[in-house]
Design a binder for this molecule. Structure first.
Ligand SMILES: *Cc1c(COP(=O)(O)O)cnc(C)c1O
Length: 710
């Protein structure tokens, strides 16, 4: 299933960082205030390149380190990409470099040094630094774990520091300065792939794995303090004339750690193409400096366009952004990737999800956490997308139906406990351990099967209190004790499932009370026998809403988290507290007339009685649109108007009546679930029209739909 992750804050900062790099190379404030320019270019803008390294760390190095199966491929792909960009940039700047006399008196040795460390043009050192830093980390990871690696690359950074901003401190110490002089025959600066890049690449890995909610204030204060300290550090070093170069500061490390956390939690939507545009700004801006200088000469405006440093900076930036955007657009056009909203797709409302989490949490007492059910692709929403979003909202436990679903979440980077609610084949027990999944004990026989496996497994004990689906029967206390006694089973939790919480009718209430009592009796019995009671949970969505008093340590909420309840009536009842997360949309394929007596679709199931206008939309039952909505049972929304479904829903396409809607054209958007203008169709409407429940409608939404968080 295809999902798209949104890293808005990181993506927006890519653009800001690229613009800061331009500042480093053009010194925008020199004409006005040298000290201010020093601050902007030698201190503030110094966060830009480490930021880019951290992004590579988060998105590339993590895969390299933690996905042993695909790590090698990830490394190759990344090196190829970096190599390609570096190659293009080298060719682009070759004429300028030759013209500027950069390559006079080159030797084979100096060419290698340039290619590997210094870069063939002054900003191009970044690319070999990425490659060498990555290779260094790949090599270290063969012997060391992440903390030890971090210590090693931290020591390399310290070495680099004394060849950079702190050079003045060691320049006069005989042996040490000798060592640095030798090193500087290999490379001109220590801010390169050996001493500078690796630490930030690894900090990116840490940042990606430590993303947590609720630390906003600490992040802002931490960033402000460390950046202030870095500013003081920069000015002091400058005052005492210690730097040989000024890329590396001690305080740059905490500054970057805090800054990156803030960016990870910054919820903005980045402009389309932000990633390639930032990369091309980085590559192209020196060429734009040349262009602007040339323009200045040609127009006899050098004084304005070049000598006024601020105007120069603004124009170079504008040119760079324009050139980068055009190029990125051109490349995207040339590569012709599928457009995620080209056919039929799902949009997820991030703020609705957050609201539902807050509301459900508010119905539970302190100490009871949500354990969202993200089985069946999070009820069709996209499991990784939803679970990662929930991670950032502070949710630390999930439940799924099977081992494969759990593995997929882990591979997608989901943190916290993952409980498998159903059966796992003994051949998959190794998976449980490798991916830190918790297994439900389905019954006593299954526990014996798990005991035979021998190695330690984390489990929650399922208890049957009346649903008679899974769990050991609550009255079988001796078997349950035996399960607790199995030496390789670590019983972290114990739960039952309430089967009649969706109505408040007296008989259902009595039945639910009976289930809760049976569960409590079991817990009391275990306590009496001296067994420690693990985490307990009983409620699903309806349990939380109708029986909040039955809260345990967890609540396994599913459908309500997605902003709906199983029936239309219940959904309407809770609509002020719960907001639907999912919208389902599809493109209009074609608009055509249907004359009287003509039929549309398979089997002549619909025949026009009058002159009609019909539209074909690009979604069908293979995407999860129930075939039972055929022939007027269902409708879609186009341009805020209802368009009834006519004829039979096909596998990939559906025909709707748009006679009453003017201006419908191919390429327009039809809303199948969601709002359009003042009209709304809810998944609960579809459920009612097709004789099902929302849970079924949602969980059957097809794998070929693109899912995106908006
Ligand atoms: C699916 C499931 C849930 C979630 O149910 P909702 O009614 O969607 O909240 C909870 N517990 C178990 C055992 C489940 O199978």
């Amino acid at each position: 299933m295809k999902t798209k992750e949104n890293c808005g804050g990181i993506d927006v900062f890519r653009l800001l960082a690229a613009v800061l790099v331009i500042a480093i190379h053009t010194s925008p404030l020199t004409s006005f205030h040298p000290e201010a320019d020093f601050f902007v270019t030698r201190i503030l803008a110094r966060v830009a390149v480490p930021f880019f390294f951290m992004v590579s760390g988060q998105f590339v190095i993590s895969d390299l380190l933690f996905r042993k199966d695909t790590g090698g491929r990830v490394l190759l792909r990344y090196l190829k990409k970096i190599g390609l960009l570096y190659g293009i940039a080298i060719l682009l700047y070759l004429p300028i470099g030759i013209y500027a006399g950069h390559y006079q008196g080159v030797t084979v040795y100096s060419v290698i040094r340039m290619l590997l460390f210094d870069g063939t043009f002054y900003h191009l050192w970044y690319f070999p630094a990425c490659a060498i830093g990555t290779l260094l980390i790949a090599a270290l990871s063969r012997f060391l774990k992440l903390p030890a690696m971090t210590a090693v690359v931290g020591a390399l950074y310290l070495f680099g520091l004394f060849g950079d901003s702190y050079y003045g401190l060691i320049a006069h110490i005989p042996v040490i300065s000798g060592a640095y002089s030798a090193a500087f025959r290999l490379f001109s600066y220590t801010r390169n792939g050996l001493f500078f890049a690796p630490i930030f690449l690894l900090l990116g890995v840490w940042a990606g794995s430590r993303k947590q909610g609720g630390a906003r204030v600490r992040g802002i204060v931490g960033f402000a303090l460390s950046f202030l300290a870095m500013t003081v550090e920069g000015f002091l070093l400058h005052q005492y004339d210690l730097p040989r170069h000024d890329s590396m500061y001690l305080m740059l490390i905490p500054t970057m750690i805090f800054l990156y956390q803030l960016l990870l939690h910054w919820r903005v939507s980045a402009p389309r193409n932000a990633r390639p545009v930032a990369a091309w700004i980085y590559i192209l801006h020196p060429a734009m400096v040349v262009v602007v200088r040339g323009m200045g000469k040609l127009l006899h405006q050098t004084e304005l366009l070049v000598e006024n440093s601020l105007i120069h900076y603004v124009i170079v930036t504008a040119f760079s952004v324009a050139a980068a955007s055009l190029l990125a657009e051109g490349i995207a056009h040339w590569r012709k990737k599928p457009f995620p909203q080209g056919r039929a797709w799902i949009e997820l409302d991030r703020s609705a999800l957050a609201r539902n989490v807050r509301f459900l949490q508010s119905r539970l007492p302190e100490g009871c956490s949500l354990m969202p059910a993200v089985k069946a692709e999070a009820y069709g929403h996209g499991a990784v997308l939803i679970a990662k979003e929930l991670n950032t909202l502070g949710v630390r436990a999930f439940c799924v139906a099977g081992a494969a679903e759990g593995v997929k979440l882990r591979k997608g980077g989901v943190k916290g406990e993952i409980l498998i609610l159903g059966y796992t084949h003994p051949r998959e027990f190794d998976l449980l351990r490798r991916y830190r999944l918790t297994q439900t004990v389905v019954d006593y026989d299954y526990a014996c099967e798990m005991a035979r496996y021998g190695k330690k497994l984390h489990v929650h004990l399922g208890v049957d209190t009346g649903m008679h689906r899974i769990g050991e029967r609550s009255e079988n206390i001796s078997q349950i004790c035996a399960i607790f006694d199995m030496p390789n089973l670590i019983v972290d939790g114990m739960f039952t499932h309430l089967s009649a919480t969706d109505t408040m009718e007296p008989s259902a209430r009595a039945f639910t009370g009976g289930q809760a009592d049976a569960f409590r009796r079991l817990a009391d019995g275990l306590k009496e026998k001296g067994y420690p009671i693990p985490k307990i949970h009983l409620q699903a969505s309806y349990g939380v809403l109708n029986y909040p008093e039955l809260a345990g340590d967890y609540a396994r909420v599913g459908i309500a988290l997605y902003g709906l309840l199983s029936t239309k009536q219940d959904t309407l009842r809770w609509k002020d507290s719960l907001a639907p997360v999912l919208s389902l949309k599809a493109r209009v394929v074609s608009v055509r007339p249907l004359h009287p007596e003509e039929s549309a679709g398979y089997g002549m199931a619909f025949t026009a009685q009058r002159e009609m206008k019909i539209a074909v939309i690009a979604i069908g039952y293979a995407d999860g649109l129930p075939r039972s909505l055929s022939n007027g049972a269902g409708a879609v929304l186009i341009d805020g108007c209802r368009a009834p479904i006519i004829g039979r829903v096909c596998m990939d396409q559906t025909i709707v009546d748009v006679s009453g809607i003017s201006h419908v054209r191919a390429g327009d958007i039809a809303v199948i679930i969601g709002a359009s203008g003042n009209e709304t169709i809810s998944a609960a409407d579809l459920a009612e029209q097709s004789g099902s429940i929302t849970n079924e409608i949602l969980s059957r939404l097809g794998g070929r739909l693109e899912r995106m968080m908006v």
